[in-house]
Structure formats: C-alpha cells, structure tokens
Design a protein around this ligand. Structure first.
Ligand code: SAH
Length: 385
C-alpha cells in the first residue's frame, strides 16, 4: 500500500493536524479500536457494520482523520461521529538520528505528560520499529535501564499504533517492514492493548501489516505465551541466564516462573504456533558468559526450533554489570554454534542517541534525550525535529 500523500503533508484532515493532547474521558479514541470493537460501537449507534470498514479505510488508508471529509457517509452520520469518537495520539517531542548507524529514536509524550520511546533500526533489507508497550516497567530486571523507573502507565492500543503511524509518516516514502515489542515495558503485562494493537495493524481494511512481521519479546510471563501463539505474532523470550539461581538474581520474574516452567511454556507455544522461538541472551561479563552457560542454553532449548540472539550488555549510568570483551562474545557464539545452534550477535545500534537495548527510559527520570558527550563519546547528533 503506497503511503497516502495527505498523510504526510499535513493537509486539512490529515494526521498532521491531530496532535491533540487534551485528555477527554468522554470520547473514545478511534485509534484504540479494533475493527470488531468499532463494528460493535457503530451497531450500537444503529448503523450497518460495514460502515466500520469505511471508517477504517478513511483513517488508515487515506490518512483522513476528519469525519466531515468522509464523503461516502451520510451527512447526518458524519455529524454524529465526532460526538462519540476523537482522534488522539501521543505527541512526537523529539526525533534523533544516530550519526553512526542511522538508527532513529522517537520520543513521545502522552497527554498526562509521561514520555516513552520508539526506535527505528535499519538493516540490509529491513526497517524494524522497536515499540514501547509501557512507560516504565515492573519486571525489575537488574541490567535494564527502563526497570529503574517503576511502571507509570500501560500504553493503550492507540498509543502503540500511533508509534507505528507517526514513524511511518516521518520516514515516508520509506516504510517500516517489521515491528518488535522490545522497547520500554513488558508486553505481557499489558496484553489487551498489545494484542489489540496487532489486530489494528493487521486489519485488511487498515494498515494491512502482516502479523508474521510482528515479534513480541517477553521476560517470561508464562501464561501469556499461548496468547502470543493465538495472536499470530512471533515470540522472542529474554532468557538471559541458565540457572534458576542466576536468573532469580538478574530477572526477579524467574521466582514466579522458573526456568523449567518457562521452557515448558515455550514448548507449548511451539506446539500451538508451529513457529520457532528467538531466545535473547544479554551477555553480562563474568556473570552468564561461561562455557557451562553455553551448554545449558543448548540443554534448555532442546526440542524447540530456536534462534539465539546474543546481546552484549549495553552499559548505562549506574549499571552494575559490564559488557564482555568482544573476544569473549565471539567465543560464546562459537561454543553455541559448535553445538549446532543458530546464533546471532545483535549489533549495538544507536548508542550515541541512547537507543540501544535496555537504554530506553523516560526523559523526566533524568536520562538525557539528547545525548551529551560525558555519557558516551559520540559524534555530533542529528536533531531532526
Ligand atoms: N520486557 C521485554 C521487552 C523489553 S527488553 C523483555 O524482557 O523481553 C528488550 C530486550 O533488551 C530484552 O531481551 C532484554 O533482556 C534486553 N536488554 C535490556 N536491558 C539491556 C541492556 N542494558 N543491554 C542489553 N540488552 C538489554
């Protein structure tokens, strides 16, 4: 689907005109609604269900977020709609581009004032958008910067879809090819909004974005794994340690869902989804990077078609862990590969703009949104807006 012109040009009725940050309790945010939910609302309004498809087409395909311009609806209906719905999305307050690798970071602000980030990561044949599902996070992973900020807000489906839309507008005529829920927050701690946002992205009447190009990354809230299978999205699990003792320490969620329970959940996911799993493994120097750890990864994932994604730890102010030397990272990868595993080392992207894994955190909590050189040596930044 070519991106609609009026979507990016800011004409009357386009999305550019709707940075409405006022909080309105009474009206429903159109962007929060799945097609089924919209149909239900429309019917309760005494209208035919197919009107919902027309509305979706106007908004998501033609980029018109102004009911008065929806000319295939009756005048009376056009006048009624704004009483029920409004178009609300978070405001884009900062847009940075890494001078090193082209990674772009987008900082959004909710009407309530809280901020969160989305990161666009270019690679050879992909443009992957890493979205946030929550402001802050309660999982308390010891190595993660977002975890230093307790959960402030679970984002709505519309807040998630808006990250996708706003970024697509900014990068037009290029387009996002993949979405990963690896930004701030734990997606399975906010499942309704996350799964609804995938339905909205996927709707054939709307953005028509394939579910198979969406990956949900979880710290391991096991009961939610089957819901990911049902959603049609792909699964990534943050493994990060290979014994319960160590995982309890680095990821407290392990006390609730220990490794054996997590891996059983992963097997059930595989049975249901018939899709392999990516296991993310943050390499922490002298903590989880031994040959024994590599062997245990092999054991733990036995029977599950898996890809291992090694993420050398990204340091942040006050972090108690260290990133292993590159040599150690490659050795760890080699151990796994010798055991027949499919292993990738995730390149660190966007370090100069503080956009790397585990470095996202809200601006009001004291993190620089515009990187300063005392935190990381960096070439000059490109401030895009
Ligand atoms: N809550 C979800 C998604 C957000 S974190 C989850 O836990 O999967 C996305 C990924 O970044 C996770 O694999 C996490 O382990 C990793 N990560 C977090 N902090 C990191 C850091 N400082 N360095 C490297 N990776 C980190």
């Amino acid at each position: 689907m070519p991106y609609p012109k009026n979507w990016v040009q800011g004409q009357k009725g386009s999305m550019e005109n709707i940075q409405d940050t006022s909080v309105s309790e009474a009206k429903i945010n159109f962007f929060d609604l799945t097609m089924d939910q919209l149909k239900e609302k429309i019917q309760s309004f005494g209208k035919e269900k197919y009107r919902a498809q027309q509305l979706y087409q106007w908004v998501y395909q033609k980029g018109v977020a102004d009911f008065s311009q929806m000319t295939n609806l009756s005048k009376e209906f056009r006048e009624e709609l704004p009483k029920l719905f409004e178009f609300r999305r978070p405001e884009l307050v900062s847009h940075l581009k890494s001078a090193i690798d082209g990674t772009q970071k987008f900082l959004f602000k909710l009407a309530e004032g809280m901020t969160f980030e989305a990161v666009l990561i270019p690679s050879k044949d992909r443009l992957t958008l890493c979205v946030s599902s929550e402001v802050g996070c309660n999982m308390a992973c010891r190595f993660c910067f977002t975890a230093k900020q307790k959960l402030q807000k679970r984002l709505s489906a519309g807040d998630i879809v808006s990250q996708f839309q706003v970024v697509n507008e900014k990068i037009a005529p290029e387009k996002i090819t993949n979405v990963v829920f690896m930004g701030m927050g734990e997606p399975l701690d906010n499942p309704d909004a996350v799964f609804n946002s995938i339905k909205i992205l996927n709707s054939e009447w709307g953005l028509n974005f394939s579910r198979k190009r969406v990956t949900i990354s979880t710290s391991g809230l096991v009961p939610g794994l089957k819901d990911i299978a049902k959603s049609g999205a792909r699964l990534a699990v943050s493994l990060n340690a290979t014994t319960n003792e160590m995982r309890d320490f680095v990821m407290p969620i392990n006390k609730k869902y220990p490794l054996e329970v997590l891996m059983e959940g992963c097997r059930e996911y595989y049975e249901l989804a018939k899709d392999g799993i990516t296991f993310e493994y943050v390499l922490l120097n002298d903590v989880n990077d031994t040959l024994e750890d590599a062997k245990r990864i092999k054991e733990l994932t036995r029977g599950i078609p898996s890809k291992i994604n090694l993420i050398p730890f990204n340091e942040h102010p006050g972090s108690e862990f260290k990133r292993p030397a590159s040599k150690k990272v490659f050795e760890f990868q080699e151990h796994l590969m010798k055991m027949g595993m499919h292993v990738l080392i995730r390149r660190t992207m966007g370090r100069d703009i503080y956009a790397a894994c585990g470095q996202l955190r809200s601006v009001y909590e004291g993190k620089p949104t515009h990187m300063t050189s005392d935190v990381m040596t960096t070439p000059e930044l490109t401030q895009l807006g």
